[in-house]
Design a protein around this ligand. Structure first.
Ligand SMILES: Nc1ncnc2c1ncn2[C@@H]1O[C@H](COP(=O)(O)OP(=O)(O)OP(=O)(O)O)[C@@H](O)[C@H]1O
Length: 320
């Protein structure tokens, strides 16, 4: 049973000092590695690990072909400013090959987990000589995995997987006693820029969580373009999260005076505190209309844009 440290109990400087010491003791004079997505958790772990190990921590961003527009360069840029080198590793083909022909949401998650940890990351770890993986697992990830709400792709023990056997490395999880608010406080104290905190949540399976049905490079590109428009145009709503989903069904539309059996994008925008429950944001209708026109203009093949007005539950925030 992991003992929670609440935000009220958290003394950030003491926490950082203890974790830095712990990481140094565990890794000794070895090498550690970590996977950075640019989210708050892995960003905080990256800074903690660098404070403890300096260049003996290798930080990797995996270009899996499922991330948002310009994301790899943006994340690497933030960390360059902080003096941390991020290796961007190209692995698009491997992820798309693993996802080929899969439409079922759970199978997509599984294909991504396997490709990520066993194939791509497993290989990187082997090549690096690292014996330790620093990971940004937080208490909520554990709770959700145990409760069966979400199969987090960074929780192994609870799933009966021994990473040492399965992948050949030991895992260090310095944030495991914290929830998101605690992680933010630690990240801030370590000097993470506010852009990282103000980023909206983004799912582990990345844009593949927003493509209903088959995942192909073309379908991901469609949802990537729609996502860029949604993030640009709904960024000032103050909403908890906003996203675009590409549907499987095609619908009849009209483009340039001709019938066009085209694509359908669903927009979701949520008010929520902790993602457990959520209400659709009351975005002004004019904004929604402008958004729809911009998606149709910017994303080839789209003839229909819908807005989800069902709450969570029974809806979910992401599509899978
Ligand atoms: N493209 C990527 N490159 C490198 N690591 C990644 C990538 N996508 C996900 N990860 C890793 O997988 C972990 C779990 O991803 P998930 O999106 O579920 O994040 P999370 O638990 O909210 O954490 P974070 O806040 O760091 O994104 C991340 O913390 C990160 O270590």
């Amino acid at each position: 049973m992991i003992k929670e440290i609440t935000l009220q109990e958290l003394d950030t400087e003491r926490f950082i000092a203890e974790k830095v010491r712990g990481i140094r003791e565990t890794v000794g004079d070895g090498i550690a590695i970590n996977a950075l997505s640019g989210g708050v958790d892995s960003s905080t772990v990256t800074l903690l690990g660098h404070r403890a190990l300096g260049n003996r921590l290798r930080t990797v961003f995996i270009e899996n072909g499922l991330m948002r527009e310009g994301e790899a360069a943006q994340v690497a840029g933030w960390f360059r400013e902080l003096g941390v080198t991020v290796d961007v590793v190209e692995a698009r083909d491997e992820f798309f090959a693993a996802l080929a022909g899969i439409a079922d949401p759970e199978e997509k998650r599984e294909a991504i987990t396997q490709t990520f940890y066993r194939d791509v990351f497993g290989r990187i770890v082997k090549e690096s000589g690292a014996r330790y993986l620093l990971q940004g697992t937080i208490l909520t990830d554990i709770d959700e995995t145990i409760a069966g709400i979400k199969r987090q792709h960074n929780v192994f023990e609870q799933l009966g997987i021994d990473p040492q056997d399965a992948f050949g490395y030991r895992i260090i999880e310095p944030l495991i006693e914290l929830r998101k608010d605690g992680v933010r406080a630690v990240g801030k104290a370590l000097g993470l820029p506010s852009e990282v905190f103000t980023r909206i949540p983004f799912p582990g399976p990345a844009l593949s969580a927003r493509v209903i049905g088959a995942v192909t490079p073309e379908r991901i590109e469609t949802v990537r373009k729609a996502t860029a428009v949604v993030e640009r145009m709904l960024g000032n709503t103050g909403a908890f999260q906003y996203l675009a989903i590409l549907h499987e069904d095609r619908v009849t539309g009209m483009r340039d005076g001709k019938r066009d059996f085209g694509l359908q994008i669903e927009v979701r925008c949520w008010d929520s505190v902790d993602a457990r429950v959520a209400e659709p944001t009351q975005v002004p209708f004019d904004t929604l209309k402008t958004l729809a026109l911009e998606i149709i203009r910017a994303v080839p093949g789209v003839v229909s844009v819908t807005y989800n007005i069902a709450p969570k539950p029974p809806s979910t925030i992401e599509a899978i």
